[in-house]
Design a protein around this ligand. Structure first.
Ligand SMILES: [Fe+2]
Length: 712
């Protein structure tokens, strides 16, 4: 037996075991019959048999995080006889484990599968799939779900699947039923019963189809800032281009007094750069409509509906118009990276690495508006720092992602930066020549999530002070362990804040939205003002060296910030500049990338007094001291600026990483490799508070604040 055959056999055994595990956990007895009819051993370890949210722990339920996921991924790829399509060993797309091109169809007489109901009114309704007559049933039988209904299983991946043995009768009697929740993916569904989970699946029966009553039902509704005060962008998806899609809004649900037309776009299969995006993962994405609500009054609660006369309109949604840009405003942020998505109906039970995403999304939704104070969403912004859906070429995963976040993204602006799993593809212009996007190469990301375009700042204003000017001062990082100080801070936050900031005579330095002539260009970096904060968002997947277009933008933008108007500057991107990681792979490893980031960008952050930098990619929560050139910079005696603080917030849902150094770097003040969650920021003119929230119980795992006195 050569080593390859040995690896394949080992992988098969692992999959067989995993398959049995999924089924055994369902019958609640810890035992059952395998394919040969022999009694199997009870389970010895915790596995995901049900996706009940209440049963999920904060960390992924795959045992040890990080490394365990790497093994899980590797053995699936070994099973398929292929190498990974991406270089991130920690997470896989749940549909990548299916050997699509090995699937054959050999319908078996007497086997029936059906689904009910066959017509659905709304996205997200449930159906029951029933089957009977399976001879020699086994734990390897599975139910695959296809859109469109006439998709060829040997050419197109299912949009999801469940093991048939989720029903306890299957292995004994060859019959059973399971439930699925179906999103409106703009075409009919069909379910097929398949033998042989593993290398050579065979379709043995096909169901009736399930249709939606209206394929132009608006879905995937999400908001974003435009960069202009009093505006809010909304984007949604339908099957067709429509006639005249628009958004209408007003102060009361159903009583809309204003409207604005939408621009419409989509992307085609041929625009994809390769991989599953261009082949087995392709499902027509529909059309994306985006419209801007304008003339909005700060603080008002706006009700809106999107749609198209003669097609469909959405139910009313609402949001609070963000506070004025300026130091007088108080805002909150929920920030994270690497959220991913998961199916709430328990589908895809052979690859469960992103279930924690559901808990984080639910916790964020609750944080945004479901707690006691209905105005909590006022002044709230979500920032998702790259690795958005992990669709990686499988269109349907974008549908699942937007369904997961819509409850919050349709009510507060959802701002994003691009990650390797949206952008990277060899020869496509990405900085890293890897296949992490599954062939999407940034097209899907750019069309689905319109962000402010890179603005071209005006020439430096006379009010822009030189970095060495003494008027830039008074910044101090306080210890996060100072709970009494933190209470004072919270008390302060509840007060009406007055500052000694002088705005009189200020020449506004607007970032101006000087849109690039080539709208839609591959330039996913931008800046935007929000309350007292100037956000700068970069793409770590594009060239950022001095002389690059991105570097020029970042330098000009940072140099142009009017700190009297936005006293805080927060910088964000996907791959971290400071990270505790053992990933030393050449070029795209965490540490080589961090070194390049420091080489080209750290001086900018230091020179222009960036207060906070937030990154994703590494699936941990990490907080540094105020750091510069790998050294903690102690607070100055006069409280003036010392150095930026960095947060790695890649722990939202797509697994956790434990590949950290044996000896923690001195610049790390807090490190958590096990908890999924997100970061909550609270910012007013003088205080920036941060909290790391665990996603299971909402517990605060790390917190602290940065203060400053404004003397400029
Ligand atoms: Fe990443």
């Amino acid at each position: 037996m050569d080593s390859n055959k040995g690896s394949l056999l080992l992988a098969l055994l692992v999959i067989v075991y995993a398959s049995a595990v999924v089924c055994l956990s369902q019958d609640g007895e810890g035992g059952g019959n395998d394919q040969t009819g022999q009694q199997q051993e009870p389970l010895k370890k915790d596995v995901l048999g049900s996706t009940s949210l209440a049963s999920l722990s904060s960390s992924a339920r795959l045992g040890a995080p990080g490394r365990a996921m790497m093994n899980f991924s590797s053995r699936h790829y070994a099973l398929l006889g292929t190498k990974a399509l991406h270089d991130d060993p920690f997470v896989i797309n749940r549909l990548e484990v299916i050997p699509v091109r090995n699937i054959t169809t050999r319908l078996e007489h007497g086997v029936e599968i059906s689904v009910s109901p066959s017509m659905l009114l709304r996205s997200g309704e449930w159906v029951t799939v029933s089957w009977k007559g399976v001879k020699e049933p086994s734990v390897y039988d599975w139910i695959a779900v296809y859109v469109p209904a006439d998709a060829d299983p040997s050419k197109v991946a299912p949009v999801k699947y469940k093991m048939a043995c989720n029903h306890p009768d299957h292995v004994k009697y060859g019959s059973g039923s399971v439930q699925f929740r179906l999103l409106n993916m703009r075409d009919d569904y069909r379910f097929v019963l398949v033998r042989n989970w593993g290398t050579k699946p065979v379709v043995i029966s096909r169901s009736n189809t399930v249709a939606f009553s209206n394929y132009d039902e608006p879905t995937q509704i999400h908001l974003a800032l435009t960069g202009k005060q009093g505006e809010m962008r909304v984007t949604w998806t339908t099957r067709g281009r429509g006639r005249a899609p628009y958004v209408r809004w007003g102060m009361t649900a159903g009583d809309y007094t204003s409207s604005s037309p939408a621009n419409t776009t989509t992307y085609t299969r041929t625009e994809m750069c390769g991989g599953p995006a261009r082949s087995i993962g392709w499902v027509a994405p529909g059309y994306f409509h985006t419209a801007v609500m304008n003339g909005l009054t700060v603080g008002t609660n706006i009700f809106y509906s999107v749609g198209d006369d003669g097609y469909a309109h959405s139910n009313p949604k609402s949001f609070y118009v963000p506070p004025n840009v300026g130091p007088q405003s108080t805002v909150r942020m929920l920030a994270f990276g690497d959220l991913g998505q998961a199916e709430v109906d328990g589908s895809n039970d052979m690859a469960e690495s992103m279930e924690p995403s559901l808990l984080t999304a639910r916790r964020i939704i609750r944080d945004a508006y479901m707690d006691d104070d209905s105005r909590r969403q006022y002044g709230l912004l979500v920032l998702h720092a790259g690795d958005i859906s992990y669709a990686r070429g499988y269109t349907c995963q974008w549908d699942v992602f937007f369904d997961e976040i819509e409850p919050v993204a349709s009510r507060v602006p959802y701002m994003v930066s691009v990650g390797n799993h949206e952008r990277d593809w060899p020869g496509s212009g990405s900085l890293f020549q890897v296949e992490d996007s599954g062939g999407e190469c940034g097209i899907s990301y750019g069309r689905r999530l319109p962000m402010p375009l890179p603005s071209l700042p005006p020439p430096l204003s006379p009010l822009i002070v030189h970095p060495s000017s003494p008027v830039l001062r008074s910044r101090k990082l306080l210890s996060s362990s100072s709970s009494s100080s933190f209470s004072s801070f919270l008390t302060l936050f509840g007060m009406k804040e007055t500052t000694d900031v002088l705005l009189e005579g200020e020449a506004e330095v607007e970032s101006a939205n000087n849109a690039l002539k080539n709208a839609g260009a591959d330039t996913p970096w931008y800046s935007v003002d929000y309350g007292p904060i100037h956000f700068v968002v970069m793409s770590t997947e594009h060239d950022f060296k001095a002389g690059s277009a991105q570097f020029s933008f970042l330098e000009q933008d940072l140099a142009s910030v009017n700190r009297r108007r936005t006293p805080w500057v927060i910088f964000s991107g996907h791959r971290p500049m400071y990270v505790d990681s053992t990933d030393d792979r050449p070029v795209q490893g965490d540490n080589p990338v961090a070194e390049q980031m420091k080489r080209w960008l750290e001086e900018l952050l230091m020179t222009y007094r960036v207060d906070l930098a937030m990154w994703g990619h590494h699936h941990t929560y990490e907080r540094t001291c105020a750091v510069y050139r790998n050294k903690c910079v102690p607070p100055n005696s006069d409280g003036s600026f010392n150095a930026p603080v960095h947060l790695v917030v890649g722990m939202a849902g797509a697994g956790t990483c434990d590949n950290v150094r044996p000896v923690t770097p001195e610049w790390i003040e807090y490190l958590n490799t096990e908890q999924h969650g997100y970061v909550r920021l609270m910012v007013n003119a003088t205080h920036l508070g941060y909290e790391f929230i665990g996603n299971s119980r909402g517990e605060i795992l790390d917190r602290g604040f940065i203060t400053r006195r404004f003397l400029w």
